[in-house]
Ligand binder design. Structure first.
Ligand SMILES: Nc1ncnc2c1ncn2[C@@H]1O[C@H](C[S@+](CC[C@H]([NH3+])C(=O)[O-])CC(=O)[O-])[C@@H](O)[C@H]1O
Ligand SMILES: O=C(O)C(=O)Cc1ccccc1
Length: 255
């Protein structure tokens, strides 16, 4: 079998586990990741498709595009497609999982493109962002410790050119308890409809709860504003998964 087994089914939490360890992005997860993310995140393919469109709209010639928390490069590939016609663009993909970065390189090299992609294995808290026109953080900020999130956003804002864009996708907690319970329930229905059992859903939830600390939309908007992104727009939401665009204004933009 080839090293790139794209379609391996995620059954990591299918059997009862005596002890549930904290979720981490290791080789086991890499093996099943495309299946896991497609069956777990409602609208994931719509988000990827739109990332291409947003890249085509906001990418500027001779700038860098960043995919922070790139995993296997699905968003990187969408961005690459979106800036293929533009001259002088290069993409920087960052992930702190060596297993992800290794497999990501194979995925990217499996498709022809004229856009160079540099992969960096490091925490996004350490990534230098310069001369950027598009920065994508697709379901990654939720894994960064909360006290470090504002710094990451400030750094992105400082590295963006005027007219550049941040696209931030996150799982969120509803602002009110009853509303949140509904979103969680609808998401679990979605996972069940995609073939996950109640046991898989609850064991995955236990594994992830210490490593993925989610914020509400309001917390995201406040943090984005504190980082300089005064103009934010939710462009996608399905249950408790949403995506925002935040544009760094040019001097000519009305305030
Ligand atoms: N501090 C960190 N620094 C760098 N990487 C990190 C950090 N914390 C976690 N990661 C990495 O962020 C990724 C999150 S997955 C992103 C999906 C992708 N964007 C996609 O569009 O397919 C989302 C999910 O699994 O829910 C993993 O690859 C981690 O190794
Ligand atoms: O699986 C879930 O329930 C999630 O909340 C999303 C997710 C998807 C893939 C890896 C980690 C979390």
């Amino acid at each position: 079998m080839s090293d790139i087994s794209q379609n391996k089914r995620d059954a990591l939490f299918a059997e009862p586990l005596a002890q549930i360890s904290d979720f981490c992005f290791d080789e086991q997860v890499v093996e099943v990741f495309p299946d896991m993310i497609n069956r777990s995140i409602p609208g994931y393919q719509t988000i990827l498709h739109t990332l291409s469109k947003l890249t085509a709209r906001y990418a500027q010639p001779n700038t860098k595009l960043y995919d922070l928390g790139c995993s296997l490069g699905a968003a990187t590939m969408a961005m690459r497609k979106g800036c293929e016609q533009l001259s002088g663009c290069e993409i920087v993909g960052v992930d702190n999982s060596a297993a992800m970065i290794k497999r990501c390189r194979l995925h990217l090299d499996g498709f022809k493109s004229s856009v160079p992609v540099h992969l960096q294995c490091e925490p996004i808290q350490q990534t230098k962002i310069q001369n950027a026109s598009v920065v994508v953080v697709n379901f990654t900020l939720q894994f960064v410790p909360k006290p470090e999130r504002l710094e990451v956003l400030k750094h992105i804002y400082a590295g963006l050119e005027p007219g550049g864009v941040l696209i931030l996708s996150e799982k969120v907690i509803g602002a009110h308890q009853t509303g949140d319970a509904l979103l969680v329930d609808l998401h679990h229905d979605f996972k069940r409809a995609n073939g996950y059992s109640d046991l898989e859903i609850s064991q995955k939830r236990a594994a992830i709860e210490n490593v993925m600390r989610i914020d509400s939309l309001e917390e995201h908007q406040q943090r984005l504003a504190a980082a300089g992104f005064v103009d934010t727009q939710v462009w996608f939401q399905c249950f408790n998964f949403l995506s925002l665009v935040a544009v760094k204004p040019t001097q000519r933009d009305p305030q």
